[in-house]
Write a protein that binds this ligand. Structure first.
Ligand code: FE2
Length: 223
């Protein structure tokens, strides 16, 4: 309201000073007659273009984006399931720091799924949960598990990129903005997975003291 009045006041000034202003001409301004507390003058035609109400403007997600998002929710939960599997592996091998690290990771994946669910609901779309598949894997030692973690994150990055590309193709800027967070998150996830491998190679591989310290360090991850 204040901004509106300021704009009127400014335009009134232009009129009074007789400034040649094409914008004013185009708007065919008339200052208000007996309306409010503004200075007397020609009335302003408040009728602008026929702008639809917010609900009409609001864009629903396309069916393709909706399907990809429902799939993404499923894959985030698959990721959580996989990382819980990793956590169990490390527990059973006496590495409770690694176990803790992957448990935190699993809960992060559930949060990722929740973000998609919230976004879809905000857009008025139906969320359809499907079965959570178990990723079949067998580990040939710690390094193999860590490598599988990186491989999985690269796969999720590809899913997010495909989703982003689809949103871009459809000029769905709202979804593109929403996905920006996930693009950054995936870069971080891949870095974390690579760091784990590197730290294990540098300090833990073949060195029980180094592995003990690394496990202790991973156990401090905040969730
Ligand atoms: Fe994720």
């Amino acid at each position: 309201m204040i901004e509106h009045c300021s704009a009127l006041f400014f335009l009134q000034k232009i009129f009074k000073k007789g400034i040649d202003c094409p914008l004013v001409d185009r708007a065919r301004l008339q200052l208000p007659r007996g309306k409010g507390t503004l200075h007397p003058g020609p009335a302003i035609d408040f009728q602008g273009p026929n702008i639809p109400c917010e609900q009409e403007v609001r864009a629903m997600l396309s069916e393709r984006i909706m399907n990809l998002m429902n799939y993404q929710i499923n894959q985030e939960l698959v990721s959580a399931y996989l990382y819980l599997d990793f956590a169990n592996y490390f527990n059973e091998n006496g590495l409770k720091g690694f176990e803790h690290w992957y448990k935190v990771q699993a809960f992060e994946e559930i949060e990722h799924a929740e973000k998609f669910i919230e976004y879809m609901h905000d857009e008025g779309c139906a969320v359809r949960l499907s079965e959570i598949d178990k990723v079949e894997w067998s580990a040939d030692g710690i390094e193999d598990v860590l490598a599988r973690g990186l491989q999985h994150e690269m796969y999720v990055t590809k899913l997010i990129k495909d989703l982003y590309d689809e949103a871009e193709n459809q000029y769905d800027t709202r979804t593109m903005r929403f996905l920006d967070w996930f693009i950054n998150e995936q870069a971080e996830e891949e870095t974390n997975a690579k760091d784990l491998i590197q730290n294990y190679e540098n300090f833990g591989n073949g060195c029980s003291a180094g592995l003990y310290l690394l496990d202790h360090d991973l156990g401090k991850r905040e969730g």
